[in-house]
Design a protein around this ligand. Structure first.
Ligand code: DAH
Length: 346
């Protein structure tokens, strides 16, 4: 091939490229032209480059020089066309990615754990009955967990095997009969003592929180669970009021057709004491204990039991939650499996 023919092809290509790029009006078309002229595989400039091999070697440097000029000229014509259309090639392809007609991507929203939902619900009901909310520590001493609650030293509930006694910085091993031996609280009744120690009478409080007992987990036991404790101290508080409050609570939470029964029982910190059951699936299910505050408890706190009376109750939050949501295995609540928990949307 002669140098002249080669240069003619180059000029023809440059003219064609300039003409089409001068009139290009859309970024899609521009992209087509880019592929047509300088595309890495089948671009026209590539085809012309191949012709260079057929030029006599003495003319090859001149051919190469002209080739480079034409290639650069086409490249800069492409760039100015792209700028004229409003941006670089990066912008063109980003714009192509946005399709406003596609449906949006729904964000995954979190939700409250069923136990948290239950706690909020219980607080709401008891708040309407005039109870205010208090909290107490989960790490307790023997005084608040047992002694002030009239639970004697030899009571089975104080057995080290039935409690999580703790080693502390000051003591490796506690004697569980010491007033300041520390443990994870085994009941929320501790909060009764804490409020009567610090708040003026009369009082009407509930406290909701975690308690701990070294039980082997099964469908109805877990080493950590929640209780709702209630305490009402005033002048002339009666057992009839206790029963009314628990009935009102049960119908608000479980429905107006719920059947509730009170069974005589024994707790060291109440006298008389009852166990509270509701009827479910042809069974009486116990959901807590209650009673009139034992005078020994008032006495331990320096409260005159001739002047003041009170009732207390402690209910199992998991039981209430499981009945409401139809959950049959307590362990499901604490496996942290979102596929299970997501079923109980708030
Ligand atoms: N603390 C008891 C328990 O964990 C429950 C209980 C019974 C709480 C009677 C009370 C009460 O306040 O009066 O088994």
């Amino acid at each position: 091939m002669s140098l002249q023919n080669f240069v003619d092809s180059l000029d023809g290509l440059l003219n064609e490229a300039k003409q089409s790029l001068d009139s290009v009006a859309s970024s899609e078309h521009l992209e087509e032209l880019r592929v047509k002229f300088v595309g890495a595989k089948n671009g026209a400039i590539k085809a012309v480059q191949k012709l260079m091999g057929a030029i006599e070697s003495e003319h090859r440097p001149a051919a190469g020089k002209r080739f480079n000029e034409v290639r650069d000229a086409i490249q800069s014509a492409l760039e100015s066309a792209s700028e004229r259309l409003g941006g670089g090639s990066q912008k063109i392809s980003n714009e192509q990615l946005v399709d406003p007609t596609l449906p949006g991507i729904r964000p995954v929203l979190g939700q409250l754990h069923p136990i948290t939902q239950t706690i909020e619900h219980l607080k709401d009901i008891m708040g309407r009955l005039g109870f205010s909310i208090t909290e107490g520590p989960e790490i307790e001493d023997t005084w608040h967990n047992f002694m002030a609650l009239n639970i004697p030293e030899d009571h089975p509930a104080r057995d080290p095997l039935d409690n999580f006694y703790l080693a502390t910085a000051s003591k490796q091993m506690h004697n569980p009969t010491d007033r300041d031996a520390m443990l994870l609280r085994s009941q929320t009744s501790t909060v009764q003592i804490r409020v009567m120690e610090t708040q003026p009478l009369p009082l009407r409080i509930i406290s909701l929180g975690r308690v701990y007992r070294p039980d082997a987990p099964d469908a109805t036991h877990f080493p950590m669970f929640h209780q709702m404790e209630g305490l009402w101290v005033d002048k002339n508080v009666t057992m009839a009021q206790l029963k009314s409050v628990l009935r009102l609570f049960a119908t608000s939470y479980l429905g107006s057709d719920v059947k509730v029964r009170f069974r005589p029982s024994f707790f060291p910190f109440t006298e008389p004491s009852v166990e509270v059951d509701y009827w479910w699936n042809n069974n009486w299910i116990e959901f807590g204990g209650a009673g009139m505050v034992d005078p020994n408890v008032f006495q331990a706190l320096g409260i005159d039991s001739e002047k003041w009376s009170g009732f207390a109750f402690g209910l199992g939050v998991e039981r209430l939650c499981m009945r409401r949501f139809g959950i049959v295995d307590i362990r499901d609540l604490y496996r942290s499996d979102v596929r299970f928990l997501r079923q109980f949307a708030s």
